[in-house]
Design a protein around this ligand. Structure first.
Ligand SMILES: Cc1cc2nc3c(=O)[nH]c(=O)nc-3n(C[C@H](O)[C@H](O)[C@H](O)COP(=O)(O)O)c2cc1C
Length: 171
């Protein structure tokens, strides 16, 4: 199974990228073939502006993957702007595919902000989401490293479930 991990934040100190990197390692440890996309290395243009070569390459990778982990930062209780660009422009051949969400927010109470991503993926592409999400706030990090034991334990459960259900859905 080919799992594409899409870290969508453009922040130089992105915490959701730190979460994605850790999830990437944990899935690799479970024998899953993964690729980690770092949106900071991609030139992204909004819809109605010419698509960049990077965006076309990302669309191709998304088309070919079996399933996805989507990393987002919370912006105004919703998805970050660069993730919206990726969804609007690069989500191709994703219909019915499985995905999981990892999310970083500033506050501890913004975890329901992932629901907007759930809505988009389910309504537009009938994708199937792993019910467990990984959410971490600024208090779960120190020097941009995860310090919360609870977040790490939760992330391990998330990876166990993602690997188990992901494999079942493609077999
Ligand atoms: C424009 C903007 C809006 C934000 N809105 C929220 C918010 O509504 N709730 C919240 O908890 N954090 C909010 N934050 C804080 C971010 O969620 C936090 O910095 C998080 O680490 C972002 O993920 P990233 O580090 O991967 O970019 C906001 C940050 C920005 C820049």
């Amino acid at each position: 199974m080919k799992t594409l991990i899409i870290s969508s934040s453009l922040s130089p100190n992105s915490k959701s990228f730190v979460l994605c990197k850790k999830v990437n390692q944990k899935l690799k440890d479970r024998g899953i073939q993964t690729e980690l996309i770092d949106a900071r290395k991609i030139i992204l243009n909004p819809y109605h502006i010419t698509k960049t070569k990077d965006m076309e390459d990302l669309s191709n990778k998304i088309s070919l993957a079996d399933n996805y982990i989507i990393g987002m930062g919370v912006h105004n209780y919703s998805v970050n702007d660069s993730l919206k660009i990726i969804l609007d422009n690069c989500f191709k051949n994703v219909d019915g595919k499985f995905f999981g969400i990892v999310c970083a927010g500033g506050g501890e109470k913004s975890y329901l902000s992932t629901m907007h991503l759930t809505q988009m993926c389910m309504n537009e592409w009938k994708m199937i989401q792993l019910p467990r999400t990984v959410y971490a706030s600024r208090n779960d990090f120190k020097n941009n490293e995860i310090t919360s034991k609870q977040v790490l334990e939760w992330m391990s459960l998330f990876c166990d479930e993602f690997a188990k259900i992901g494999l079942k859905l493609i077999s």
